[in-house]
Ligand binder design. Structure first.
Ligand code: SF4
Length: 215
């Protein structure tokens, strides 16, 4: 179905899907806890291969201890590793956080930059993290392609690839930019509550009649 559909038809179908998901999940929001752009940047780096719930447990004490990029450089690397240990891949994440903070201090006056091009120059920050920060902290439109978006956009026949950048660029053509930020939260909510990996709840799905993969 998807491959035969024109982009114009997919655009229209996706607009209706997003309307329905907005009605179904009116409380959809970012799952990570944060109070500043810097905190979300750190939380997003920690969220790689980890659940938001686990990251929130760790950042609760982490953000009470570390307030600025400088703070992350004041402790020995091993101490930071210990503080983020339970998010997994802690050695790599600690290294990235330190390198990220060093660059924030050296290049951006310890502030989180507000463009994608600048954000992706920071260690541990790819397009997904950058778009997450831009959309949630600065209200700048950005599409966050995570595992839910990848899975669900393929199931819906909007894309036929698992390449995150290709998905992001196709969705940019399929959805008006003023809906991008809301779409991130709606698709993630749908993936957590209804279109669950390996056990999608198709009979209860509000977009089943618009989904070529409905069971
Ligand atoms: S119909 Fe099923 S596969 Fe399609 S979006 Fe809904 S839950 Fe997912």
């Amino acid at each position: 179905m998807a491959r035969r559909e024109s982009r114009a038809v997919r655009r229209e179908r996706l607009a209706t899907i997003l309307d329905r998901l907005a009605a179904a999940y009116p409380d959809a929001r970012v799952g990570l806890d944060f109070t500043t752009p810097f905190e979300l940047l750190i939380a997003t780096i920690l969220s790689a291969q980890c659940t938001d719930e686990r990251v929130n447990v760790v950042t609760k004490s982490l953000f009470a201890k570390y307030h600025s990029p400088e703070d992350y450089l004041l402790v020995p690397l091993e101490e930071l590793e210990q503080d983020i240990h339970s998010t997994g891949f802690y050695r790599n994440k600690a290294k990235n956080i330190r390198a990220c903070c060093e660059r924030l201090i050296a290049e951006y006056h310890s502030q989180v930059p507000m463009t994608l091009d600048e954000l992706v120059t920071l260690a541990g920050v790819g397009r997904k993290t950058a778009n997450c920060v831009l959309s949630n902290c600065f209200d700048i439109p950005g599409i966050t392609v995570d595992t839910h978006v990848t899975r669900i956009m393929n199931l819906l026949g909007m894309v036929t690839t698992t390449d995150a950048v290709a998905i992001e660029f196709e969705l940019m053509k399929l959805v008006d930019s003023e809906r991008w930020n809301a779409m991130n939260h709606l698709i993630i909510s749908h993936g957590r509550r209804t279109c669950i990996a390996r056990r999608p709840q198709c009979p209860m799905c509000p977009v089943a009649d618009l989904c070529p993969s409905a069971l």
